[in-house]
Design a protein around this ligand. Structure first.
Ligand SMILES: [Zn+2]
Length: 312
């Protein structure tokens, strides 16, 4: 089974479009985000976000086995906490996406929205890192999300590994682990939708795998619907190629493409997918030093999740 944990709706897609694209990309389940970027939907327009959530609820209805709808709310809007509750309790959406754009996660006015998410034990997806509007990066730095620890019950995924602040993102994720919290129970995990431009990707992924392990990383295509399955499959292929270069085994791949997101979403456990044959490494990768056997598979924290003697 494969989960795409980050797929955007625009309001132009139909349920048939989405299911066809997922079938063509060999994706079993997808987290669909309510539209908020264009086509009549905007983060600063509360009425449009309400329409967006209605659209998404309609889109996923009857397909809970494959389509997991995430509401979009803007905590700057006075009614955002109520809208989140409506989206989940009335519309049946199952999580929320938020983009800190003009607000910091630690702002007092934002906390009631997080409190609703905690009450409903929701998975939350946040944009993290530099933002496409060229103005909001400072609101989206990984450290800003530490305040979510004040809302036990939420399960946070930070998108794009916080690029360009990937070290900061990894450090945020590491804290739970240092305190002995198992990855499945940690406040933070990270989606590896890009994010980092191609020259950064291999090193960023290598570092995240080596420090946190695959248990804290999940695949997201970050495609915008309606799109072809080929488009989603291409992005999935980018990740598979990088994992090939890093020599990840089948269990670690299953974690990245299925298990981390399944745990985040509290889906029932699924059987490991048959491993793809690793591609031949390109000449440049063949010359690079390989990681120590097994270090990328489990992360240097080890199975217990506790810092061992390797900790400096
Ligand atoms: Zn996105």
């Amino acid at each position: 089974m494969t989960i795409d944990a980050h797929l955007h709706c625009t309001g132009r897609e139909t349920t048939g479009d989405v299911l066809r694209a997922l079938d063509d990309a060999d994706i079993d389940q997808a987290v669909l985000l309510a539209p908020f970027l264009g086509d009549g939907y905007a983060l600063d327009d509360a009425a449009s976000l309400r329409r967006a959530n209605d659209h998404l609820a309609q889109l996923v209805r009857g397909h809970a086995d494959r389509l997991i709808g995430f509401a979009v709310v803007n905590p700057q809007h006075g009614g955002a906490a109520d809208e989140l509750a409506r989206a989940v309790e009335t519309l049946g959406l199952r999580g929320a996406k938020m983009v800190p754009s003009g607000w910091y996660p630690s702002d007092a006015r934002v906390q009631p929205v997080f409190a609703v998410a905690a009450r409903l034990a929701l998975p939350l997806l946040f944009h993290s890192g530099i933002f496409i509007d060229g103005r909001s990066g400072r609101f989206c730095r990984p450290c800003e999300f530490e305040v979510l620890r004040d809302h036990p019950g939420v399960r946070v995924a930070l998108a794009h590994l916080g690029w360009p602040w990937t070290d900061e993102a990894i450090a945020v994720g590491l804290i739970d682990r240092i305190h002995g919290v198992a990855p499945a129970d940690a406040v933070f995990r990270f989606d590896i939708s890009f994010g980092p431009p191609p020259p950064y990707r291999l090193e960023v992924l290598r570092r995240a795998l080596d420090v946190l392990g695959p248990e804290s990383l999940q695949f997201g295509s970050d495609c915008f619907l309606p799109c072809s399955g080929q488009h989603i499959a291409e992005r999935r292929g980018w990740v598979e190629d990088l994992l090939d270069q890093l020599g990840l085994d089948a269990a670690a791949r299953h974690q990245v493409f299925t298990a981390t997101a399944a745990t985040w979403l509290r889906l029932p456990p699924a059987a490991p997918r048959t491993a793809r044959a690793p591609a031949a490494a390109p000449a440049c990768a063949a010359a690079a030093p390989r990681p120590a056997a097994g270090s990328l598979r489990s992360g240097w924290l080890g199975a217990s999740g506790r810092i061992g003697p390797l900790c400096c």
